[in-house]
Ligand binder design. Structure first.
Ligand SMILES: NC(=O)c1ccc[n+]([C@@H]2O[C@H](COP(=O)([O-])OP(=O)(O)OC[C@H]3O[C@@H](n4cnc5c(N)ncnc54)[C@H](O)[C@@H]3O)[C@@H](O)[C@H]2O)c1
Length: 369
């Protein structure tokens, strides 16, 4: 083992776990090394070993479950990239383990606010553990550029944040775990926690109440698993009101492959408007005083990105930041805190409940659940 190496274990090596392996391989020169992986699904482990070979990385030790991985003593950092409904138990075992392991947990932190809160409380007993939540859309170059523009104040006080995600349907996952709300937390938790996190950043405020309308209209209707038809919604509009008066709006459509961009974000302040487009990686900025003719169009790039991967370099930057915090090179805490993770889930849970009840849901009622 090289001195200065930071040893990673990956829990869950399906699509996203293997994506983490590739990202970490691109951080080899920064000291990252994947020493072990855990997954109960033999073919996921085989794919992970094949991947390690193709990356010219040492073969990781393989375990059928996270407990064996934690007991092995082979890693100092764990990436939790198993299905959403497993995050709570795995995180609790990590937090309660005698050996400290820093954690990067994939979004959503957990599928319910109650479980998120238990994790937040349990980590208070472990100041020796750093935890970052994988809300990585913050790192996508056009998104982080727009965040910087908003923070600079040139748009004035932010009043409206509109996020449109128009994309392809949910992919097929190992054992089809993502077809049912009970496993994912619901589409507006599973996928849209990313966007509710971004809304909080742009609004620089916390959510007060949520109103949503959505349903399953096109996708997965002809699928059955053990006799059950998927119940995950494939389109929704969600309105989020924030405690500083800012309004957020999410427009989600998961049967919109015919879109130029997958995400279009618009942030309007009382002085100007900024927009970010992914994957075009373009940002528009315009001031009311200058009108349409004054709108500037800029390409967003980040020269630090060595691997674009599935999420336009955001997973790479997420790891780069977390690694520098772990190595003590940066005084910053993990960029995305457990409370960020909890609140992004709370807005999603409120939106799911709003669809069910047909009324505004206050965040207070969700946090009291
Ligand atoms: N950051 C993002 O934008 C992003 C994108 C995709 C997925 N994700 C998240 O990553 C996680 C994994 O999603 P995926 O797309 O890789 O799913 P996947 O089905 O491709 O892979 C999940 C893997 O976890 C394994 N697994 C199941 N139970 C486990 C357990 N108890 N312990 C260890 N491994 C277990 C499965 O066998 C499978 O190999 C989810 O939480 C998902 O929401 C995040």
């Amino acid at each position: 083992m090289e001195s200065g190496a930071v040893r990673y274990g990956i829990i869950g090596v399906g699509m996203m776990g293997r994506e983490h392996m590739v990202n970490l391989a691109h951080l080899r020169s920064e000291g990252a090394t994947v020493t072990c992986v855990a997954d109960p699904h033999p073919s996921s482990l085989e794919h992970a070993l094949d991947l390690a070979r193709s990356l010219h990385a040492p073969p990781p030790a393989v375990f059928p479950g996270h407990r064996q991985l934690l007991d092995s003593g082979l890693c100092d950092v764990v990436v939790v990239s198993s299905p959403n409904m497993t995050h709570f138990e795995i995180l609790m075992d990590i937090i309660n383990h005698h050996k400290p392991h820093h954690v990067l947990v994939e979004k959503p932190l957990c599928t319910t606010v109650e479980d998120c809160r238990k994790i937040v409380n349990a980590t208070k007993r472990r100041p020796d553990i750093l935890v970052q939540v994988g809300l990585e859309y913050r790192y996508m170059p056009p998104v982080s550029k727009l965040i910087d523009i908003v923070k600079s104040g040139i748009l004035g006080h932010v009043k409206m944040v509109a996020i449109r995600e128009h994309r392809f349907p949910f992919l097929v996952k190992v054992n089809n775990w993502n077809r049912f709300n009970v496993n994912t937390g619901g589409t507006l938790v599973e996928k849209c926690c990313h966007f509710f996190d971004l809304m909080r950043l742009f609004a620089a405020a916390n959510p007060v109440r949520v109103m949503a309308s959505g349903s399953i209209d096109v996708n997965h209707k002809d699928e059955t698993y053990d006799g059950k038809v998927p119940d995950i919604i494939d389109n929704a509009f969600v309105i989020v009101e924030f405690d500083n008066g800012t309004r957020g709006m999410l427009d989600l459509c998961m049967f919109a492959e015919g879109s130029k961009n997958e995400q279009e974000i618009s942030v309007v302040g009382d002085i100007g408007k900024g927009e970010a487009f992914v994957p075009e990686s373009i940002v528009h900025v315009g001031l009311r005083a200058e009108g349409r003719a004054g709108v500037k169009i800029e390409k967003a790039e980040d020269a630090r990105i060595k691997y674009d991967g599935l999420h336009h370099g955001s997973s790479y930057l997420e790891h780069l930041h977390f690694l520098s915090v772990i190595k003590g090179e940066s005084i910053d805490a993990p960029a995305v805190s457990l409370m960020d993770g909890l609140l992004s889930v709370a807005i999603g849970v409120a939106a799911q409940l709003s669809i069910e009840k047909g009324r505004f849901i206050t965040i207070q009622e969700i946090l009291q659940c």
